[in-house]
Write a protein that binds this ligand. Structure first.
Ligand code: RP5
Length: 170
């Protein structure tokens, strides 16, 4: 097993049902990752340790997901200069998802978090892979193939709708 390049972290085990999407897409793209729980509020010292050691352990990007008062991605970004991708999660303690989205999105100048859509962990994984792909030619080829597959799927659906009419395509 190769050394993980991407660290997937989440505030609680209850976030796993969303954050597993990031792991799944990284497996599809054959990018080595690690996955664990780091809670900004319940394990603050673990957060500091994770962020402080991430670069020296060989990680290149961190994908961090949290719900409600979602401080994990921003606090990780405050402690490392690795790129941090934030995944807002509509969790059990979230009012409607806006709390989490805005907590992750509205970072102060100088400390960016690249925020994906609510529950958008799959895109979080893809974005992290694309960052690695800027310096990894083989991965960038796999990413091109991945994007091409999206195109082929939509074109096939369009062809079906055009030939059968929308009722036939339902
Ligand atoms: C956040 O609180 C976590 O990221 C999770 O989304 C939410 C709820 O956590 P649990 O109470 O389910 O552990 O910190």
């Amino acid at each position: 097993m190769s050394k993980p390049l991407i660290g997937i972290i989440m505030g609680s085990q209850s976030d796993l049902k969303i954050m597993k999407d990031a792991a799944e897409v990284l497996e599809e793209l054959d990018v080595p990752y690690e996955l664990t729980i780091v809670s900004a509020h319940r394990t603050p010292h673990r957060l500091v340790e994770y962020a402080s050691n991430a670069r020296s352990r060989g990680l290149k990007v961190i994908v961090a997901g949290a719900g409600g008062a979602a401080h994990l991605p921003g606090m990780i970004a405050s402690l490392t200069s690795l790129p941090v991708v934030g995944v807002p999660i509509k969790s059990s303690n979230s009012i409607d998802g806006w709390d989490s989205a805005l907590s992750i999105l509205q970072m102060p100048a100088g400390v960016p978090v690249a925020t994906v859509a609510l529950d958008g962990a799959r895109n979080g994984g893809i974005l992290a892979a694309q960052i690695i792909g800027t310096t990894d030619k083989a991965l960038s080829k796999r990413l091109d193939k991945f994007k091409n597959a999206l195109k082929v799927k939509v074109e096939a659906a369009a062809k079906k709708i055009e030939s059968q009419g929308w009722k036939g395509a339902l």
